[in-house]
Design a protein around this ligand. Structure first.
Ligand code: NAP
Length: 543
């Protein structure tokens, strides 16, 4: 067990071993790992009034996760795995939040979390090798280790549309949804945005609203989720072999226990390909993307077959051919943006109370007190929902004033795009460790699998530092540069550079364009992290 710090120094500042920022999946497990495994004196700061992170804030109608429920969980406690019962194929937001609350209670994780407290600054004191952390409630603490568990998608993007402040109705962002819900009954509702949040919420809102206008900038490929209540017999079978299944997920591409597919879309006959796509479409979910052909993600010609198949499905489902054509994506290949899965998304456009508004060709010009004006019309509204996404991955860092050695600001260092070794640490910022930071698989994977890997790895590094009297760990700038170049090179072999997506920062005006997550797969990434640790934390400077 590590030596505990003295709790108060001579200036009256509380001395901690570790500060963790955030109490979602990452922060909860990091808290458990540092506090209960290593015995460190840990403080967690959480801006929300309770645990949950993403799942605390994103309470919009239809919110649920696209990873199947049995893999969207912690695996560090076998009893927890066996005892928790999910109720649906995919976990819905209220249930995920209940799960995280259950975990917090079960492991008594709340007692060292300060809720309703946002970290505003963290400055590294080189003389003391400690971080001075400040919060919006005026707390100041000093800590040896600082771990960010701030999420990749926690800073909402509300477009800067002239006149929004004059709107006389209600407006909401999906990522900051009111806790007591929104009543759309009989209302004139506008949803701006058709990414994951829009595609999930639109069908649910349409069922309540008097009329719904969907303001679409980019048409989407989306695969039916085929969501249903849980198949108890299936889950019981899973639980018999849970460890092996999750171990398979840990070494897979996306953190899901899907075997790699050897088959190329270009090496089968047209009939066979169609049959495979139809089967995957009927099964639903990510199996279409990861379970049909290996080269959909990497070869444009193979990808074209999948893109064209989905387009044909849209035309089949949507009854009005003009509306169908507007919904058919033609400007980017399938899976160059985050692949989506839905429940009755395209079917929703067959409803009489739903209208699709094309803001690609006729953009929104202003919001007035009464509604939204576009270049080709005016839409009177009672409620506007912005499903317009997030300032992803770097946004959560940029809103904290992080300063490392020599007073260097992290936001200055990352002004042209993020740079972090393994997505875990950044040169010049010693003892600052990032869970699912830019340059790690994070958002391209089933998050809990990636989170557990990061938490375990960071815990081992901290244990190593304590055991060897290491005061500082930070990446060697060359190792970091090599890793960032590798992240770029791997992304270059995929479809990801062929669309304007939040992966690239393209959704935020002025944001540097750099592909932020690591597309090499969680298994390969885990192997590299293990090698780095086995080689005495190769690429890190340990002082
Ligand atoms: P998103 O994928 O970034 O989608 C935002 C939508 O808003 C896009 O259609 C975008 O159009 C549009 N938009 C953005 N700025 C706009 C503007 N100024 N004017 C008009 N339209 C604008 O955001 P999201 O749907 O919240 O999802 C973000 C990520 O969160 C997902 O990719 C996923 O990783 C995660 N998520 C997951 C789930 C799940 O597991 N089911 C659910 C929700 C979110 P363009 O495409 O033209 O930019």
């Amino acid at each position: 067990m590590a030596q505990r710090s003295e709790t108060i120094d001579e200036t009256g500042i509380e001395q901690l071993d570790a500060v963790v920022i955030g109490a979602g999946f990452s922060g909860l497990y990091m808290n458990y790992s540092l506090r209960d495994r290593l015995g460190l004196d840990v403080r967690v700061y959480e801006a929300g009034d309770d645990v949950g992170g993403t799942w605390y804030w994103n309470r919009y109608p239809g919110a649920r996760c696209d990873s199947e429920s049995y893999i969207y969980c912690f695996t560090f406690d076998k009893d927890l795995m066996q005892e928790w019962e999910w109720s649906g194929k995919y976990p819905e937001q209220p249930e995920i939040l209940r799960y995280l609350n259950h975990v917090a209670d079960r492991f008594d994780l709340r007692r060292n979390i300060r809720f309703g407290t946002r970290v505003t600054a963290a400055h590294y004191d080189e003389g003391a090798d400690r971080w001075l952390v400040e919060t919006d409630t005026g707390e100041r603490v000093s800590t040896r280790y600082l771990v960010t568990a701030i999420g990749c998608l926690s800073v909402g993007n509300v477009p800067n549309i002239p006149g929004l402040e004059t709107f006389a109705g209600e407006w909401y962002h999906t990522g900051a949804w009111p806790h007591d819900g929104v009543d759309f009954t009989g209302k004139r509702v506008g949803v701006v945005g058709t990414g994951s949040s829009g595609v999930q919420s639109i069908p649910v809102i349409a069922k309540q609203a008097g009329h719904l206008w969907v303001f679409q900038r980019t048409a989407q490929y989306t695969i039916p989720a085929r969501h249903h209540t849980v198949d108890k017999a299936f889950l019981d079978e899973i639980k018999k072999d849970y460890d092996a299944i999750m171990e398979k997920a840990r070494w897979s591409y996306g953190g899901m226990p899907i075997s790699p597919i050897e088959r190329s879309a270009l090496e089968v006959s047209d009939e066979e390909r169609l049959e495979i796509y139809e089967k995957a479409w009927a099964e639903g979910g990510f199996a279409f993307f990861r379970g049909s052909f290996y080269d959909i993600a990497t070869d444009r010609r193979a990808n074209d077959t999948a893109s064209e198949f989905i387009r044909s499905k849209i035309r089949e489902v949507v009854k009005d051919p003009e509306v169908a054509e507007k919904l058919v994506p033609v400007d980017h290949p399938f899976a160059s943006k985050r692949p989506l899965i839905d429940t009755e998304y395209f079917e929703t456009y067959n409803r009489d109370n739903v209208t699709l508004v094309d803001i690609r060709h006729w953009p929104i010009t202003e919001i007035t007190p009464e509604g939204i004006r576009t270049e080709d019309g005016f839409y009177p509204l009672d409620i506007i929902v912005f499903a317009t996404g997030f300032d992803a991955m770097t946004g959560p860092f940029n809103r904290i004033d992080v300063r490392g050695r020599g007073g260097q600001k992290l936001r200055d260092k990352w002004a042209h795009g993020p740079s972090a070794y393994l997505g875990i640490a950044s040169a010049g910022f010693p003892n600052l460790f990032m869970i699912t930071g830019p340059g790690s698989p994070s958002v391209l994977s089933n998050m809990p699998v990636s989170i557990e890997q990061h938490v375990d790895w960071i815990t081992d590094l901290i244990a190593h530092m304590d055991a060897h009297g290491v005061r500082r760990a930070e990446p060697d700038p060359d190792a970091e540069e090599d890793w960032v170049a590798h992240v770029d090179a791997v992304a270059g072999k995929t479809m990801y550079l062929l669309a304007d997506s939040w992966y690239l920062g393209a959704n935020i005006p002025g944001k540097p364009r750099r592909f932020m997550p690591y597309a090499g797969g969680v298994g390969n990434y885990r192997k590299r992290c293990d090698e780095v640790a086995a080689a005495g934390y190769e690429g890190f400077v340990l002082t």
